[in-house]
Design a protein around this ligand. Structure first.
Ligand code: TYD
Ligand code: MG
Length: 450
């Protein structure tokens, strides 16, 4: 059967349809309102007047990748490849961590017309910071405006591509009750600016303080309003981490690394060795090196363990950087499979440089550090360990053993212990594939160790 003609005609005034063009609509009697349309391309809903459309996925994908660089590689990395037009991003962190510095550096580096709203510092103070950072000819407009109505006026005058708000806690809407910085005000102002960004395909960056007292009107409050929430955090050295707690446009595992010096935040592009403690032999007991993944990058870290007789007969685990449940579990596996006793010991675990580690590959090196601490036998120099540990004392595979071993070799390690290693391992590295914790301990410390 022949297909019906794909073309139809429809009155633009009342929606009356016809198979042929009509000069006057028989329904509403208006003239020249019939237009051609294609039912194949446009499926009408049951009511006949609601056009339901579907878009090509690959076209949407194209739009999803419509990103613009912040000009700062480490910030782009955490965002998932740069700013997305229309997106609202919150940057949270404790006072003094460097949020305003990051905002100003992004304002200078991004090739976008920028409006910087500052409720924290005067425009003069911001100019002084720009001088200090040697951001000479930056095209950024600054306003010390915090009232939402007046901000809206500014936005329609300036139509910035990037709006920076420092901080969201200083905003207030005159028509709303409550204090600026309070939950109602912060939420309403953030929502309105987020809507503005979406409508105008601009980028909104809002600073939100996190206070030690854990103020409720902080970044957490905004999580369901904005597209991304990034946290700026400290380590013990001068390094700062930028992590995403939420990111509608990218993964949340990627971490940005910065070092703060007198010229502002410097990007750390190759962080693999920044947490590494350089040691000549002998290495003290209780220390083990481990390659761990942080996002898509590998860091080599030093684990430190210490065991001392428990006070008051109750053994406890003190570990801020590695989950203490994980430490207890690894100690229990050592106890069960190597006959070491921890039940009368307090266990202290630390990671040099203050890195927090949640990756499973830390378990086997942690076991090695605990064994070393408990027995007083140091791990031989230039040894590095990776692997997950099962409760049965087996070494479980971890992802990308090949990259871990390559990075270890690059940084001067000579002996690598881990689950089945990948091919193409560096020649300079002696690779020991270990299937069990017992085999690992024997390999690292030598025969007759247990
Ligand atoms: P700041 O960006 O003001 O932090 P926040 O907005 O999160 O409160 O900067 C924090 C600290 O960084 C401040 O104590 C001074 C220091 N700093 C430097 O060390 N070098 C610099 O170039 C700048 C601008 C700041
Ligand atoms: Mg600030």
């Amino acid at each position: 059967m022949a297909r019906a003609a794909a073309v139809r005609y429809r009155c633009e005034a009342c929606g009356r349809e016809s198979l042929k063009w009509l000069g006057r609509c028989p329904e509403c009697n208006t003239w020249n309102t019939f237009r051609e349309y294609h039912p194949d391309r446009e499926r009408t809903g049951a009511s006949g007047d609601t056009a339901v459309t579907a878009a090509w996925l690959h076209e949407l994908e194209g739009r999803r990748e419509d990103r613009v660089s912040s000009g700062i590689g480490e910030l782009d990395r955490v965002l998932g490849g740069g700013f997305v037009a229309g997106a609202a991003v919150v940057v949270g962190g404790e006072p003094g961590i460097g949020k305003s510095t990051l905002m100003l550096q992004a304002a200078a580096a991004a090739k976008l017309s920028t409006l910087y709203l500052s409720g924290e510092e005067s425009p003069r103070q911001i100019a002084l910071r720009a001088d200090r950072l040697r951001l000479r000819d930056i095209h950024v407009k600054v306003a010390a405006e915090t009232e939402l109505g007046r901000i809206n006026t500014l936005l329609s005058e300036q139509q910035p591509q990037l709006l920076i708000v420092d901080s969201v806690q200083t905003l207030f809407a005159a028509e709303l009750g409550g204090l600026s910085g309070g939950v109602t005000q912060v939420r309403a102002c953030a929502q309105e600016l987020t809507d503005w960004a979406r409508r105008s395909a601009a980028v909104l960056l809002m600073v939100a303080h996190v206070t030690k007292e854990g103020s409720i009107a902080g970044p957490k409050l905004l999580e369901h309003i904005v597209d991304a929430v990034l946290y700026f955090e400290h380590t013990e050295n001068e390094l700062r981490f930028l992590r995403a707690a939420k990111n509608r446009f990218g993964a949340i595992e990627e971490v940005g690394l910065f070092a703060m010096d007198e010229r502002g935040l410097q990007e750390v592009h190759d962080p693999s060795s920044v947490f590494l403690v350089r040691r000549d032999d002998p290495v003290p007991a209780g220390i083990a090196a481990a390659p761990v993944f942080e996002g898509t990058r590998i860091l080599l870290v030093e684990l430190q363990a210490l065991t001392v007789p428990a006070k008051g007969g109750v053994s406890r685990v003190f570990s801020d950087r590695i989950d203490s449940g994980r430490v207890s579990r690894v100690a229990a596996v050592l106890e069960r499979h190597l006959g070491l006793s921890f039940s009368d010991q307090d266990i202290y675990v630390n990671v040099a440089g203050g890195m927090r580690i949640a990756e499973v590959g830390v378990e086997l090196p942690l076991a090695v550090a605990l064994y070393s601490a408990r027995t007083g036998r140091p791990v031989p120099a230039h040894t590095i360990v990776t692997g997950e540990l099962s409760l049965a004392g087996e070494v479980r595979p971890v992802r990308r053993v090949d990259r871990r071993s390559r990075t270890a070799a690059e940084l001067g390690y000579g002996r690598f212990f881990g689950p089945a290693a990948a091919r193409g391992e560096p020649r300079t590295l002696e690779i020991h594939e270990v299937a069990t914790l017992a085999a690992c301990i024997e390999g690292v410390f030598g025969r007759g160790t247990h």
